[in-house]
Design a protein around this ligand. Sequence first.
Ligand code: PLP
Length: 418
Amino acid sequence: MADIFKRLQENMGPLGHYHKEAHGYFTFPKLEGEISNRMVFRGKKLLIWSLNNYLGLANLPEVRKADADSAKEYGLALPMGARMMSGNSDNHELLEKNLAEFVHKEDCFLLNYGYQGVVSIIDALVGRHDVIVYDAEAHACIIDGVRLHAGKRFVYSHNDIESLEKQLGHAQKVIEQTGGGILVITEGVFGMSGNQGKLKEIVDLKKKFEFRLLVDDAHGFGTMGKTGAGTGEQQGVQNGIDLYFSTFAKSIALIGAFVAGEKPVIDYLRYNMRSQIFAKSLPMPIVVSALKRLELLKNEPQHKEKLWTIVNALQKGLVNAGFNIGTTTTPVTPVILNGTVEEATYLTLDLRENFNIFCSIVVYPVVPKGVILLRLIPTAAHTLEDVEETIAAFTEVQKRLKAGKYAGKSQIAQVADL
Ligand SMILES: Cc1ncc(COP(=O)(O)O)c(C=O)c1O
């Protein structure tokens, strides 16, 4: 017999393993002050590249005013209860109507959170006779939704259409036996690599196989496509996406999410998504503030234009300086270096303490052993000077890494003493 609590204290999990040394610095850091390109970390102002505030809306005066006014008018409690029971309002329905219009879909359903929403959409859509086919690099919410599925699932190699076709072939054989259907799931923009999902090629496969397509466009909504309607719009296949999902947590800098598609399917989700039926409705200030942000997305293209000015300058500058930024075609900007986890730790420390730059760092086991991935999220709140400063700092840090300056030191232990 084992005591569960004792066991988990002995093995804190892959991320929890370093919690004592890392907490407050590498994990759970506190970024203080107003959300902007420069924020305070441990008492010092740093240049921040790790917030998904793509369009820079989070701290715009008119957004802050809308947030404050709506909180004052409605309070944070209203409406009480789940949408279905007592938590519906005209504003919730108006936001759904406006979002549906913005992403060129018939109807839309609001969700309290993106992660829970995706899990619950998948759970509501498929039964045990159905088959899910999904991208190998899909976000945790997709993986966890798939884990709830009682039927068969097949995973295809990331963005590999040949592999997808092969898996669709397997799926086809299964449904010929079960009488079920096929659901394909991908992301519009993959949040680590910045790769776009190959939506056009996937939609083309509908000529050969019968399936429905769910796209999680968390990073594409507001950033991609002519009007910001997302990666489907960018690739000219928004109509081929049967269910379009995005969170509010990125471009519109809020909390909540939505799913959009044909009215009968959205109605089905309204009445069958357990994460919404059994949970309190989104607070009114969130809904009213989301309406304000959506208005800005629609009417002020300058935010997306500014974002792309920064994206292009950063990505071109990094490539010109000799950095490997992988295969990104979106704002997500990975900088791929070679080194150990210890070197990555020391390098991050150097960037934060000596160059005043804060970015996310990804190491093994999320990326292969020996790879250090620095992940930069450019936003409309950044400046071209920020870009120059960062490329100069990265150039110096890479020089130090190549010269072995970060080698052989387990700096993680020293962080606590900084
Ligand atoms: C691709 C993707 N899907 C879903 C989510 C989850 O959204 P939320 O933060 O609203 O739970 C995220 C992260 O925020 C994401 O990157």
